[in-house]
Design a protein around this ligand. Structure first.
Ligand SMILES: [Fe+2]
Ligand SMILES: [Fe+2]
Length: 400
C-alpha cells in the first residue's frame, strides 16, 4: 500500500484550533470597537468604526459558519490565556489614536499574515470552504489596515503599540506557532476602559440640547427639509447607543451581536447620509450643534431599556414623518432627498424587526422578569415623557 505524506502544514485539528483563534480575534475586535465608538471624538473615525465593526461581524459570521461544520459548539474560547490576555488588554488603550494603532497596525496586519499563510497551507480542495472565506475576509482586512496606515501616518509607534506587539508575541502570534516571548509588564500608567456615559465629539462641533426628540412642525418645506437632514447628520447618537448595547451585552447570542453590528453600521450610514446631503447643498455639517445630551440621557438606563426606547420609541415612530416628507419632496421632484429617505426607511424597518426579535431575550439576559409587552409599553411611555418632551432628564448627575 502506498502512503503519501501530505505537503500541507495544517491538518484537520490544527485547522479547528486556528479558526477558533481568528474567530476570537475578530469577535473581540468588534466588541472593542463597539465599546470605543461613543468614546471616540473624531467624527470621521466614528463613521469608519461603524463600518469596521460590521465588517468584522461578517468575518465572525463566515468563520462561525465554517466552524459549526467542523466542531460543536462552534463558538468556543481559543484556550490560550496569552491570546485572551491580548484581546482583553487591547481595549484599555490610553486614547483613540493608540486604540486604532494597536488594533490596526499590530493585530490586524498579523491576522492578515496568518490568513494568507493558512490559505497556502491548508488542504486546498478538502478545505476549500475555509479558503473561500479567507479570500473574502482578506479584501476587507487589507482595506482596514490601509485605512489605519493612512489616518495614522503622522502618529509614530508609541509605548502602547509596543505593548500590544509584546502581548501578541507572548501569544506566539495570531497562530500561536511562533516562539513565545515572556509576557510584558502591565502597561503604565494604566487607563482602564469604562463604558462611555458621554458621547464624545471633536472640537469642530458645538454641543446643545436643541429641539431634542421633538417632531419638526415647520410649515416651510425648504426649512423642514434642511432640519430633517441636519437631524440625519446627528444619527451618530443612535449608532452610539447600539454600540453601547452591543458592548454591554456579551451574554447575548451571537446572532444578536450580528444584527446589532448591522444596526450600528446603518446608523453611521444615516449620519453620513445627512452629512452628504448637507455637502450637496453647500452646507457645513460641523455647524450643526450635536445633541449629545441624548446619549447621556439614554445611557443612564440598562441596555434593555436603551434598546427598547430606541427601537420601539424612536424607530417605530419615525415612519409617519418620513412618509410626509416624501410626499412633500415629491411636489418639488427632489429625487435626492426622496432616494435617501427611501433607503433610510428600508433600514429602519429592519431595526424595528430587530427590536421585536431581541427585546424578550435582552430582558431575560438582564434579569428583568416584566412581560415583554408590558416592558415595551413602559419604556415607550418613559421615552414619551423624557425624550419626546425634550427634557432629557439625567436622574443621577453624579454618575456622568
Ligand atoms: Fe437611523
Ligand atoms: Fe435605526
Amino acid at each position: 500500500m502506498q502512503t503519501i505524506p501530505p505537503k500541507e502544514q495544517i491538518d484537520f485539528e490544527t485547522n479547528k484550533r486556528l479558526l477558533n483563534r481568528y474567530r476570537f480575534i475578530e469577535y473581540e475586535t468588534l466588541r472593542i470597537l463597539a465599546g470605543w465608538l461613543p468614546a471616540t471624538a473624531r467624527m470621521e473615525w466614528k463613521l469608519a468604526m461603524g463600518r469596521l465593526l460590521w465588517e468584522d461581524a461578517q468575518h465572525v459570521q463566515q468563520l462561525y459558519q465554517r466552524l459549526r461544520e467542523i466542531q460543536t459548539p462552534a463558538f468556543r474560547p481559543p484556550g490560550d490565556a496569552a491570546l485572551e490576555q491580548l484581546m482583553a488588554e487591547a481595549i484599555h488603550a490610553p486614547n483613540e489614536c493608540d486604540l486604532i494603532a494597536g488594533l490596526f497596525r499590530v493585530i490586524k496586519p498579523a491576522l492578515i499574515e496568518a490568513y494568507r499563510w493558512h490559505n497556502e497551507q491548508t488542504f486546498a480542495n478538502p478545505d476549500a470552504p475555509t479558503r473561500y472565506a479567507f479570500k473574502h475576509i482578506l479584501i476587507d482586512e487589507e482595506e482596514q489596515v490601509r485605512w489605519a496606515a493612512e489616518i495614522l501616518a503622522d502618529h509614530p509607534v508609541g509605548p502602547w503599540e509596543q505593548y500590544i506587539a509584546a502581548l501578541l508575541s507572548a501569544a506566539g502570534g495570531v497562530t500561536g506557532r511562533n516562539e513565545r516571548t515572556p509576557s510584558p509588564q502591565p502597561f503604565s500608567p494604566a487607563t482602564p476602559f469604562t463604558p462611555a456615559r458621554q458621547a464624545m465629539r471633536d472640537p469642530r462641533f458645538s454641543l446643545v440640547n436643541r429641539k431634542a426628540g421633538q417632531v419638526i412642525k415647520e410649515p416651510d418645506i425648504a426649512t423642514r427639509r434642511q432640519l430633517e437632514f441636519e437631524n440625519y447628520s446627528q444619527e451618530m447618537l443612535a449608532a452610539e447607543t447600539v454600540a453601547q448595547v452591543i458592548y454591554l451585552s456579551p451574554q447575548m447570542p451571537w446572532e444578536f451581536t450580528y444584527d446589532s453590528a448591522r444596526h450600528c453600521y446603518d446608523e453611521t450610514r444615516h449620519c453620513q447620509l445627512g452629512i452628504e446631503w448637507m455637502k450637496h447643498h453647500g452646507l457645513d455639517f460641523t455647524t450643526v450643534p450635536q445633541n449629545t445630551r441624548i446619549f447621556a440621557w439614554r445611557s443612564q438606563y440598562d441596555p434593555a431599556t436603551q434598546y427598547t426606547m430606541l427601537t420601539m420609541g424612536n424607530e417605530v415612530h419615525a415612519f409617519p414623518y418620513r412618509h410626509e416628507s416624501i410626499a412633500a419632496y415629491k411636489q418639488y421632484n427632489d429625487q435626492l432627498s426622496i432616494q435617501y429617505i427611501n433607503y433610510d426607511m428600508a433600514d429602519e424597518r429592519q431595526h424595528v424587526a430587530y427590536g421585536k426579535k431581541w427585546i424578550p431575550e435582552l430582558l431575560e439576559k438582564n434579569g428583568i422578569d416584566t412581560p415583554a409587552e408590558q416592558f415595551i409599553s413602559e419604556a415607550v411611555a418613559l421615552w414619551e415623557a423624557e425624550y419626546r418632551s425634550g427634557t432629557l432628564p439625567i436622574h443621577d448627575e453624579q454618575r456622568l
